[in-house]
Write a protein that binds this ligand. Structure first.
Ligand SMILES: [Zn+2]
Length: 1016
C-alpha cells in the first residue's frame, strides 16, 4: 500500500484547526460590556459590583499593571437558541500560549456569588443548558491586569515587578465578549481527534495500532462535512468509536491522575494577588467537580485554604462540601510548599504542625503524603520530620530539573540522616502541570525507571499559577485514556490511593541515602539576603519568645501568648514559600517581606522583653542578669536560664611586625596583616595553625555572575573562572581593646561598594568573630568570604535540620562536581582525626568547599567560602542593593559538638536585663552535651503542659537525663503535633523529676511534660 501517513496527519491538523474547533461555537452574538477601574489596590466585591461602568469595546485597551477592573457583560439569548447549550465567551486579551502568568478574571453573578475563573485556556461561562430564548444575561468580572513578567524573551530585567515602578501603560486589549451556542457533539469530536492524533504521534510507525488509528481518523475526516460540521460530527465520531474502544495492553503503565494547580504563594505577583489567584482557580475546580463525577482535585498549602476562608467564604463553603465528599483533597499537610534547604529545624517541623492541624481542624482530614512538587532540593533532615509529623510518603517532581545527573529511580525509599525512610515518588511525567497530552502520557510511561517491578505513577494535572487548574478538556481526554490501546491507562485518583497501590506493588524499592540535591537553582541560597536574614532572625526570636514566655508562665504565672505566637509562626512559615525565602520573587514581594520581618521582630522583641521582665523583677533592683536562650551553657549561665556574670579578661592586642596586629585571648593567637587579612590563627590547646601556609583567611572574593538562565535562581559553574581578590584595605585599625574583647576594624572599597569588617576576639571564647557590613552596589556579581584551612579531609559536615550531613570536598564524579554550591545552617565543619575547624554563621546559607594540594609542603588546603551577596537583575532588577550585615566566626580546634554549640551561641546572643532576681533556673536541663533542646514551649492545646523537643546533634548515641526544675506529674513522647506517639524509637522513661533519654544518631524526640504542682 502506498504510504500516505504524513498526508493524513497534515489533513487532521488543518481540518481540526480551521474547521472543526471553530465549529464548537458556530453561532455567537456580541455582549455589551462596561468597565470600572479601581483606583488602587483591589476593592471589596460589593464595591466592585456597585461602581458605575463606562462602555468598553472589543479591541480596546484596559488594565494598568497590577490594576483591578470590574467588567459587566450583558445581553439576551436569541429566541432561536431555545433548547441549546449557551455559554458566554470572555477573552480578556489572553495569550493562550501561556497558560497562566498574565491577566485573569473571576466571574460573579449579580448577587455577588462567584461563578468561576477566567483564564487563558478557560474562557467560557455556562449560561444555560438548555437555554430559554429571550433569557437575560448579566455577569460581572473582577479582572486583574497582572503584567507578564516572564515573557517570550525570558529573564530580561523589568520594572513591572513592583507597583511602585510598573507605570500605568495598559497591558491588555479586550479580545472577545460573546454569547455563543456550545455544540457539545463537535467538542467531543475535537476531544476524540486530539486524543487519537496525539496517541498516533507517539506510536512506532511500524506498529499496526498506529495505522489502525490513522485509517479511522481518515474515515472520520471523510465523514465530516466541512460546511456542516455540527450536522456531521456525530457520524464522524462513529468512525472513531472502534479505535477508541480498543483496550490497553495488560502491561500498560498506570497513571493516577490528580487534578491540580500549582499556585506559587507569591512569585511573579505579590502575596495579595495569590489570595485572588487561589479563589479563581478554586472556583473553577469546585465547578468542574460538580460537572465531572469521576474527577478528583488535590490542593496543597493550608495557607491557601486559610486565604479562601477569609476572603471568599462562598468559595470556601463549596470547598468544604467537596472535601467532605472526598473529591477535593487537602494534599501535603504543610502550611506552604516551603523551601526545605534553608528553614531551620523547628520551622521545618512547624510547617507540618500548622499545615496538618489546619486540615484536621477544618476538614477532619489527616493525610500521609508530603507534597512538594516544586521545591529546590530536599535536606537529609526532612525524612525524620515528615515521619514525626505522622506522614510516610513524599511526592516531588523537581529533581527531574537537575542539569547533569539523571536520578536513577522514580519510586524509592528515601533515607534521611537519622535512618528514617520515606516512600518517595517522582512523577515520571516530569511536570506538575500535566495537560493530558499524548506526548506527556507516553513520556511518563517511557521515562518510568522502575518498569518491570512497578507499574504506577502519578500525574498532577492542570494549569497552575493563574492557569485556572484542570480544564474540562483534560477531563475529557483522561476519560478516553482510561483504557486505550497503545497508551498508558489513566484514572482520577487521590494521592493516597496512588501511594497505597504503589507501595503494595513495590514493597522493597531501592534506597537513596542522604539529601536530594537539586543540580540547579543553587543561587537561591544567597539571592535576596535581607529576606534570608529576616527568616533567620525570626526563627531565632521565635525560639527565644517561646522559651522565655513558657518560663515566665510556669515560674510567674504570666499569660502565655498563644495567639500571637500562632499568628507570627504562620507569617514566618508563609515567607518560607519556595519563591520567597529562596529570593526568586519580584521586587514587590521582597520589599514587603523585609517590612513584614521588621514587624515580626518588633513584636517578638516585645514578647521576649515582657517575659524577661517578669522573670528578672524590678529593673531598679540593682542586679544585671544575663539570659541565655542557647541550648548550651554560656560562661556561667546555664542553657535556657539566666544568671549574673562576672567580667572575664585576658584579651590583648599588639602591633604585628611588618604591619597589622596580633590578637590573643589565651585560647587563640590571631595575626591580622597590614591588608586586614587573617594570616594566622593558632589554637593554643593543640598548638595547631588553622590557616593554610601561604594563604590568607577571611579573604573577600568577587566573581562575575551572569547565569545562562534564571538569574535570581542560578549560579553557573563558570562563575569561578574569573575572580578578584579584595585585598586592598582603606583602613586597618584597632577599634576596641579591653581585657574583655579586642577588635580590629578593616575598611575596604571596590567597584561602587564598600565593606567594613570587625574582627573580634572575646575573653573565654575559642572563636574569631567576624562582623561584616557591606554597602553593596554591584551588578551581576557574587561576593564570597574565603577561609583556606590547613586541613586534609575528603568530606565536610554542614548543619541541616536536626543534625548535619556530609558532602565530599572532591569532584571525582559528576554527582559530586554538581554540588558546587550547597546549603548550611549554622555551621560547616571539617576535621582530621583529633583536630577540626568549624565555620559558624548567623547570617548566610550558601557555601562552597574546595581542595588543593600545595606545591611547597605537599599539604592539603581545604577552602571553605561563605556566599555573602549576589546582584541578579531578574526578576528584581535591583536585587540586594544597599546595606547588609553578616556575622560569621572561625572556630579552630572544634569538634562537631563544638560546631553545634558555637553555631547556636552565635545565633542566639546573650541578653542583659536589669532586675532583682539572682538567677533564673532553666525549666529543663539535659545531662548530655549531644542532647540538644530545639524548643521549649507550652503545648498548643493550652493545657498548660510543657513541650520540649530534643535531638541528638552529634551523629552518635547519647544517653542522658532531662530533668525539670519543677515537680513532674508525667511525660510522654509525642509527634510534632504534640499527640502521644509511640513512633519514637529511642528509649524515653520517666523517673523521678526527670526523663531518661537514650537516642540514636540524630534522633528527634518531642516530650509533653505535665507539671505536677507549683513550679519552684
Ligand atoms: Zn512553584
Amino acid at each position: 500500500m502506498h504510504d500516505d501517513r504524513t498526508l493524513v496527519e497534515s489533513r487532521l491538523k488543518r481540518v481540526l484547526d480551521e474547521r472543526i474547533r471553530p465549529a464548537v461555537y458556530a453561532e455567537s452574538v456580541p455582549l455589551e460590556v462596561g468597565i470600572w477601574t479601581a483606583p488602587g489596590e483591589p476593592v471589596p466585591v460589593a464595591e466592585g459590583l456597585a461602581a458605575p461602568r463606562t462602555p468598553i469595546a472589543v479591541g480596546d485597551a484596559w488594565g494598568a499593571p497590577w490594576g483591578t477592573s470590574w467588567l459587566t457583560v450583558s445581553g439576551t439569548v436569541p429566541e432561536a437558541w431555545a433548547g441549546r447549550t449557551v455559554e458566554a465567551l470572555i477573552d480578556l486579551g489572553f495569550d493562550a500560549n501561556m497558560p497562566g502568568f498574565q491577566c485573569e478574571g473571576l466571574v460573579y453573578r449579580p448577587d455577588g456569588t462567584p461563578v468561576k475563573g477566567l483564564n487563558p485556556q478557560n474562557q467560557w461561562v455556562r449560561i444555560a443548558a438548555p437555554a430559554a430564548g429571550g433569557e437575560r444575561v448579566l455577569l460581572h468580572v473582577e479582572a486583574a491586569s497582572n503584567p507578564v513578567i516572564l515573557d517570550y524573551h525570558p529573564f530580561l530585567p523589568t520594572e513591572l515587578g513592583d507597583r511602585e515602578t510598573a507605570g500605568d501603560e495598559p497591558q491588555y486589549r479586550l479580545a472577545r465578549t460573546d454569547l455563543a451556542v456550545f455544540d457539545e457533539t463537535v467538542w467531543q469530536l475535537v476531544m476524540d481527534l486530539e486524543v487519537l492524533g496525539e496517541l498516533m504521534a507517539e506510536l512506532p510507525v511500524e506498529s499496526a495500532r498506529r495505522w489502525d488509528v490513522l485509517r479511522a481518523v481518515e474515515r472520520a475526516l471523510d465523514t465530516v462535512d466541512l460546511q456542516d460540521v455540527g450536522g456531521t460530527a456525530a457520524a464522524a465520531r462513529e468512525q472513531l468509536a472502534g479505535v477508541l474502544a480498543s483496550p490497553a495492553a495488560p502491561s500498560a503503565h498506570r497513571i493516577s491522575a490528580v487534578g491540580h494547580a500549582h499556585i506559587d504563594s507569591a512569585w511573579l505577583w505579590p502575596l495579595r494577588e495569590t489570595v485572588r489567584k487561589v479563589a479563581r482557580t478554586t472556583a473553577n475546580m469546585t465547578a468542574l467537580l460538580e460537572d465531572e463525577p469521576d474527577f478528583v482535585y488535590a490542593m496543597s498549602q493550608a495557607q491557601q485554604y486559610a486565604w479562601i476562608k477569609e476572603h471568599r467564604p462562598e468559595v470556601y463553603a463549596r470547598v468544604k462540601k467537596a472535601v467532605a465528599e472526598g473529591r477535593f483533597v487537602p494534599a501535603g499537610g504543610m502550611w506552604v510548599e516551603s523551601d526545605t534547604n534553608m528553614p531551620g529545624s523547628e520551622a521545618m517541623a512547624r510547617q507540618f504542625v500548622h499545615g496538618k492541624r489546619f486540615f484536621l481542624e477544618e476538614f477532619g482530614v489527616e493525610n500521609r503524603e508530603a507534597w512538594l512538587p516544586d521545591t529546590f532540593g530536599f535536606t537529609g533532615g526532612l525524612p525524620q520530620i515528615i515521619r514525626n509529623a505522622g506522614s510516610t510518603w513524599l511526592l516531588t517532581q523537581k529533581i527531574s530539573w537537575s542539569q547533569v545527573n539523571k536520578f536513577p529511580h522514580h519510586t524509592f525509599l528515601w533515607e534521611g540522616i537519622d535512618g528514617t525512610r520515606i516512600f518517595t515518588h517522582f512523577p515520571p511525567v516530569d511536570t506538575y502541570n500535566c495537560a493530558m497530552k499524548g506526548s506527556e502520557i507516553a513520556h511518563a510511561a517511557r521515562n518510568f525507571k522502575d518498569k518491570g517491578v512497578a507499574r504506577h505513577s502519578i500525574a498532577p494535572t492542570g494549569w497552575g499559577d493563574g492557569g485556572g487548574g484542570t480544564t474540562r478538556e483534560m477531563v475529557a481526554k483522561a476519560s478516553r485514556l482510561r483504557d486505550l490501546e497503545g497508551s498508558a491507562t489513566v484514572r482520577w485518583e487521590r494521592p493516597a490511593e496512588f501511594f497505597e497501590k504503589a507501595q503494595a506493588e513495590y514493597p522493597n524499592p531501592p534506597v537513596w541515602v542522604g539529601e536530594l540535591y537539586l543540580e540547579l537553582h543553587r543561587a537561591t541560597l544567597t539571592s535576596q539576603a535581607r529576606t534570608k536574614q529576616g527568616n533567620r532572625r525570626s526563627e531565632n526570636l521565635l525560639r527565644e519568645a517561646e522559651l522565655w514566655c513558657a518560663t515566665a508562665a510556669l515560674r510567674c504565672g504570666a499569660a502565655y501568648p498563644y495567639e500571637e505566637l500562632d499568628r507570627i509562626w504562620k507569617t514566618v512559615l508563609l515567607h518560607q514559600f519556595h519563591d520567597i525565602l529562596p529570593g526568586s520573587s519580584i521586587a514587590w514581594v521582597h520589599r514587603e517581606a523585609e517590612r513584614t520581618y521588621g514587624a515580626v521582630a518588633e513584636e517578638l522583641e516585645r514578647l521576649i522583653g515582657r517575659a524577661q521582665r517578669a522573670l528578672a523583677g524590678d529593673p531598679a533592683g540593682g542586679r544585671e542578669l544575663v539570659f541565655n536562650a542557647a541550648p548550651h551553657a554560656r560562661s556561667a549561665v546555664p542553657a535556657g536560664g539566666a544568671a549574673a556574670v562576672a567580667a572575664a579578661g585576658g584579651c590583648s592586642v599588639t602591633e604585628r611586625p611588618g604591619g597589622g596586629f596580633l590578637l590573643g585571648n589565651g585560647l587563640l593567637d590571631v595575626a591580622v596583616d597590614g591588608d586586614g587579612l587573617v594570616v594566622s590563627v593558632v589554637d593554643r590547646a593543640s598548638g595547631r595553625e588553622t590557616v593554610a601556609p601561604g594563604t590568607r583567611a577571611n579573604l573577600l572574593q568577587l566573581h562575575p555572575d551572569f547565569p545562562n538562565m534564571w538569574d535570581a535562581w542560578d549560579v553557573d559553574r563558570f562563575y569561578r573562572n574569573t575572580v578578584t581578590d579584595l585585598t586592598a584595605a582603606d583602613e586597618v585599625t584597632v577599634a576596641a581593646a579591653s581585657e574583655e574583647a579586642v577588635t580590629v576594624r578593616v575598611a575596604r572599597s571596590f567597584g561602587s561598594s564598600t565593606v567594613l569588617q570587625l574582627l573580634t576576639l572575646r575573653a573565654g571564647a575559642g572563636r574569631l568573630d567576624i562582623d561584616t557590613e557591606v554597602d553593596w552596589h554591584e551588578t551581576e556579581k557574587f561576593l564570597k568570604a574565603a577561609f583556606p584551612l590547613d586541613v586534609h579531609t575528603e568530606r565536610y559536615a554542614a548543619e541541616t535540620q536536626f543534625g548535619h550531613l556530609y558532602r565530599p570536598t572532591h569532584t571525582n564524579t559528576s554527582w559530586e562536581a554538581a554540588k558546587f554550591e550547597a546549603c548550611n545552617h549554622r555551621f560547616v565543619h571539617l576535621d582530621e582525626p583529633g583536630w577540626g575547624v568549624a565555620l559558624v554563621t548567623a547570617s548566610t546559607y550558601g557555601h562552597d568547599v574546595t581542595r588543593a594540594v600545595r606545591d611547597g609542603d605537599g599539604g592539603t588546603t581545604t577552602t571553605v567560602r561563605f556566599s555573602l551577596l549576589r546582584a541578579p537583575r531578574f526578576p528584581d532588577p535591583r536585587t540586594d542593593q544597599g546595606v547588609h550585615r553578616f556575622r560569621h566566626a572561625l572556630v579552630p580546634g572544634a569538634s562537631i559538638a563544638d560546631a553545634v554549640r558555637e553555631g547556636y551561641l552565635i545565633s542566639l546572643p546573650e541578653r542583659r536585663v536589669a532586675g532583682t532576681a539572682e538567677a533564673v533556673r532553666p525549666l529543663v536541663a539535659v545531662g548530655h552535651d549531644a542532647l540538644v533542646v530545639s524548643a521549649v514551649k507550652l503545648a498548643d492545646d493550652r493545657s498548660g503542659d510543657l513541650v520540649v523537643r530534643v535531638y541528638e546533634a552529634n551523629g552518635g548515641r547519647a544517653r542522658g537525663r532531662l530533668s525539670t526544675s519543677f515537680p513532674l506529674a508525667g511525660a510522654v513522647p509525642c509527634d510534632l503535633l504534640e499527640r502521644p506517639w509511640d513512633g519514637t524509637r529511642g528509649e524515653v522513661a520517666v523517673a523521678g523529676d526527670g526523663v531518661e533519654l537514650s537516642l540514636r544518631p540524630f534522633e528527634l524526640v518531642t516530650l509533653r511534660i505535665t507539671p505536677g504542682g507549683e513550679a519552684g
